[in-house]
Structure formats: C-alpha cells, structure tokens
Design a protein around this ligand. Structure first.
Ligand code: SAH
Length: 266
C-alpha cells in the first residue's frame, strides 16, 4: 500500500496563492523540472558535501521525531531515516511528492509522506515533533512577510516544547551584493546542471537552471537576508538562534553559498 497521503482540500488553491504570490511555487515545480531535480542535486555528492552536519545538530538536541516540511525529492528525509530518526515528509508540490515517494521506494525506506502547503500543516493530523527541517532554500518561496510569519508559527505549532527548527537559505546577502556563488560543493552538486541568475533585486531573485539535455527552468523567489530571517524566526517564538555558513559556525558571509539557521521553541 502506498504511504502517500494526498490532500484534496479545496481550500488549498487559495493557500497556494497566499504562500506563492505571483510566483506560485507549485506551478514552478513542473513535472519536467522535477524530473530533472535529482540531476541538479547529485545525491551522493550532496551527502558528501554536508557530511553529518544535520544529523549531528539533531542528535545534539536529542531529537528523534523529525518532520521534513519541504522534502522536495526526499533527499533529507532519506538521509535522516537512514540515520535512525523517525521521519515524516511533506511538500506542497504534488509532483515533488510523487518524486519523493518514488525515491523512498528506490532507497528501500519507509517514510510517510503527505502533500501539504505549510499553512495547512496540522499537529492534530501529523502529531508533534522534536524537530522541523525546512531545507534546500525553500522558505524564500514565500514573498510576503506576514505570510512567512504565519508559516513559521505553523512550524512552531508542530514542535514539542524545546523543539528544534532548522531552516536554510541560499546566501541572499552575497547574491544581492553581486557575489553569487554556486560552488557545487554543497546542496546542488550535479556537475551536468548549471545554476545561474536571472533578475535580481531586493524584491525577487530568479535562478536559472540549465541541464545536460539543454532544457532550462527558472525559479523566482524572495531574496530574504540572513538577518531578516533571524529576526522573523525569533518573532515567531524561537530563541537560541544560531547560524552557519556552509555548515561552519564561523564563516565569511560574503563567501558562503548557503546559510543554515537553527533555533529552539521558546
Ligand atoms: N528540500 C528539497 C527541496 C527544495 S525545493 C531539497 O533540498 O532538494 C523547495 C521545496 O519547497 C519545493 O519542493 C516546494 O514544493 C516546497 N515548497 C515551497 N513553498 C511551499 C509551501 N508554501 N508549502 C509546502 N511546500 C512548499
């Protein structure tokens, strides 16, 4: 029996409109783009690039039950399940959910998965967790500050007291300063896929992905700055904020690809 739980809630369309704005995330992850996603990641290289960073962070906090709220094609859900955590995977994009479920089978892991927009994540349905992970530069799909606040509060509502939130973002501080770097050493490591930039302003950042078969896709996201995300995380009821540049606690913000934020429920 498949463990994919699809949500048929009619309210979903309006929720998508709120969390995606003009650049609705669900429409951006077309089937064709999702079919190329794992070429972009290169699972083996990504696993080598991040090493045991997330597993160590989760172990240090004593976490056992983890929810991956932006599972995409399931990379972190699989790594964390294999590392012994109980994992639930969610994503709002139906094409990503299908891809993740296929990847769970391919990797021989049993992980319950649900299609859900962040604003519809419900602890009465999903239970509560020791940790929420939102990885792969996902939160920037929400353009509107008030909606991000609601999303972060939703994540908080899934956590037990003292629970851990881990959110990462591409380093929009460097990108907005004209120092975009996609080293290919972390996160999106596939050597046959190229990541470039389209439009960049304080309001929008467009990533352009070109694959080995020459197909091109673009993603438009909100280029949230690390300091802004930190204050939004704290405003949503988290404390003990820490940040890491390319997994290091001491880092040069202008030469990091990704910034990881961690914080605990107050
Ligand atoms: N974590 C994965 C995927 C990152 S891509 C990885 O690292 O490879 C960003 C993901 O966030 C997409 O799968 C997209 O569908 C999901 N997403 C974006 N906005 C969302 C929202 N409002 N609700 C649920 N999922 C969302």
């Amino acid at each position: 029996m498949s463990n994919v739980l699809y949500s048929n809630d009619v309210a979903e369309t309006s929720v998508h409109a709120r969390t995606g704005g003009d650049a609705n995330y669900s429409r951006q992850y077309t089937r064709d783009f999702v079919d190329h996603w794992d070429e972009l990641i290169d699972w083996q290289k990504r696993a080598e690039g991040e090493g045991s960073f997330f597993v160590d962070l989760l172990h240090k906090s004593g976490a056992r039950r983890v929810i991956d709220v932006s599972t995409g094609s399931g990379f972190h859900a699989v790594q964390l399940r294999k590392a012994g955590f109980y994992v639930v995977a969610c994503d709002g994009s139906p094409t990503m959910v299908e891809r993740a479920d296929a990847n769970f089978k391919k990797h021989g892991v049993s992980i319950p998965i649900r299609q859900s927009d962040w604003l519809e994540l419900d602890s009465r349905v999903l239970g509560t967790f020791d940790a929420v992970v939102c990885l792969g530069s996902s939160l920037c799909h929400v353009f509107d500050e008030q909606t991000r606040h609601e999303v972060l509060k939703r994540f908080r509502s899934l956590l037990k007291p003292g629970g851990l939130l881990i959110v990462d973002q591409r380093n929009f501080q460097a990108i907005r300063a004209g120092k975009f770097k996609s080293s290919g050493r972390y996160y999106y490591c596939g050597t046959s896929a190229k990541v470039g930039l389209g439009e960049v302003s304080d309001e929008v950042c467009e990533f352009v992905y070109t694959f080995s078969d020459r197909t091109t896709f673009s993603l438009r996201v909100y280029p949230i700055l690390p300091a802004q995300l930190r204050s939004e995380i704290e405003l949503a009821g988290f404390n003990q904020h820490r940040s890491y540049g390319d997994f290091k606690p001491i880092y040069d913000v202008m030469s990091s690809d990704f910034i990881v934020h961690s914080a605990f429920v107050s």
